[in-house]
Design a protein around this ligand. Structure first.
Ligand code: PBG
Length: 332
C-alpha cells in the first residue's frame, strides 16, 4: 500500500476544492484591477477613431478621445496606461528628430491626460521605431543599428516625455547602456521621481506583428530586430540584461512577450525581487481574439486565465490590451 494510504486516502486534495468558499480560501494568487497597465494607440486629428484590423476591439484614438478613454480607465480603477503613437509617415526621418519634439503626438497626449486625469499613471514607450524612416528602434548608419548615437537620441526622447508629465518611462529599444544614460539625465534635470520600467528581457519575437500594424511601422521596417533584441532561446542572457538594467537604475523590469516566456517571469521575480511585469503582446491578444471569434475557445475565460498565469508566475502586473474588459469583469 502507498505510504500515504490507510484504508482510505488521507490526503485528498479534493477536500479544499469541494466548494467555492474553500477554493476562495486556498487560492494562492489573485488577479486585481491594480495589476493592469493598458497600452493604447494615439493618432492625429480630433474625434478620430481607427480600428486596428489585426487587433479586433483595439482602436487608435485621437488625443481628445484618448483623454476620455483614460478617464474611463481611471474610473475602472486601472492604475496606468501606456501610450504608443501612430506617426504620420511624413514625419519619419533617418535621424528620428520627431521622437524628442516636445509637441509630438505622444507628448501632446501625455500633457492632456496629465491635466484631465491627474491620478492615472502615464507610461510611455522609448524607442525610435515610430519615428524612423526605416522602422528600426535605433538610428541606422550603413546598414548598422548604431548603439551609442541611438542612446543619445533616446535620452532626449526620455527627457521630453518626463517634461510632458510621464510617470513611467518604458525603454523598449534594447540598446546597451540606455538605462544608465537616461537615469543620469533625469537626475541632472531634476526629474528624480520619474520611474523607469525597463523592457529588460525583451525577445526578438514574431508575436509583435499586429502592434507594428497598429503603430504603422510594419511597412517601414527593413529586416529584423535580431541585432538588438534577445534570441528567444537565451534565458541566461535575459537574466543578465535584467541584472544590468536594475544596476543602471531601472525601478521596474519587464519580460516581453508574456505567455511564451513565463519561465523568465518566475525566474526574474525570484532572483531579483524587483517589481516585475509581463507584456501580453499584440500577437498573444490577436490569437485569443481570433480563436474566440471562431467559437473555438471561450474568449472571456481564456482572457482571464491568461492574465492569472502572469500572477501565478510571480509578476506584479501585466500590460494587456484586455485591461478595460478585464477591469469591468473584476469590478463585477
Ligand atoms: C517598440 C515596441 C514594440 C512593442 C512595444 N514597443 C515592437 C517591436 O519591438 O518591434 C510590441 C508590443 C506588442 O506587440 O504588443 N520598440
Amino acid at each position: 500500500m502507498p505510504a500515504n494510504q490507510g484504508p482510505f486516502p488521507r490526503t485528498r486534495f479534493r477536500r479544499t476544492r469541494a466548494s467555492a468558499a474553500l477554493r476562495n480560501l486556498t487560492r494562492e494568487a489573485e488577479l486585481s484591477v491594480n495589476d493592469l497597465i493598458w497600452p493604447v494607440f494615439v493618432c492625429a486629428g480630433r474625434g478620430e477613431r481607427q480600428p486596428v484590423a489585426s487587433m479586433p476591439g483595439v482602436e487608435r484614438l485621437s488625443v481628445d478621445l484618448l483623454v476620455e478613454a483614460a478617464r474611463r480607465a481611471h474610473g475602472l480603477g486601472i492604475p496606468a496606461i501606456c501610450i504608443f503613437p501612430y506617426t504620420d509617415p511624413s514625419l519619419k526621418t533617418e535621424l528620428c528628430e520627431e521622437a524628442w519634439n516636445p509637441d509630438n503626438l505622444s507628448n501632446q497626449a501625455i500633457r492632456e491626460i496629465r491635466d484631465a486625469v491627474p491620478d492615472i499613471a502615464i507610461m510611455t514607450d522609448i524607442a525610435l521605431d515610430p519615428y524612423n524612416a526605416n522602422g528600426h528602434d535605433g538610428i541606422v548608419r550603413d546598414g548598422i543599428i548604431v548603439n551609442d548615437e541611438t542612446v543619445e537620441a533616446l535620452v532626449k526622447m526620455a527627457l521630453a516625455q518626463a517634461e510632458a508629465g510621464a510617470d513611467i518611462l518604458g525603454p523598449s529599444d534594447m540598446m546597451d547602456s540606455r538605462i544608465g544614460a537616461m537615469r543620469d539625465a533625469l537626475e541632472a534635470e531634476g526629474h528624480v521621481n520619474v520611474t523607469i520600467m525597463s523592457y529588460a528581457a525583451k525577445f526578438a519575437s514574431s508575436y509583435y506583428g499586429p502592434f507594428r500594424d497598429a503603430v504603422g511601422a510594419s511597412g517601414a521596417l527593413k529586416g529584423d530586430k535580431k541585432t538588438y533584441q534577445i534570441d528567444p532561446m537565451n534565458r541566461q542572457e535575459a537574466l543578465r540584461c535584467v541584472e544590468r538594467d536594475l544596476s543602471e537604475g531601472a525601478d521596474m523590469v519587464m519580460v516581453k512577450p508574456g505567455m511564451p516566456y513565463l519561465d523568465l517571469c518566475r525566474e526574474v521575480k525570484d532572483r531579483f525581487g524587483a517589481p516585475t511585469y509581463a507584456y501580453q503582446v499584440s500577437g498573444e491578444y490577436a490569437m485569443i481574439e481570433a480563436a474566440a471569434a471562431n467559437g473555438w475557445i471561450d474568449g472571456e475565460k481564456v482572457m482571464l486565465e491568461s492574465l492569472m498565469s502572469f500572477r501565478r508566475a510571480g509578476c506584479d502586473g501585466v500590460l494587456t490590451y484586455f485591461a478595460p474588459r478585464v477591469a469591468q469583469i473584476l469590478n463585477g
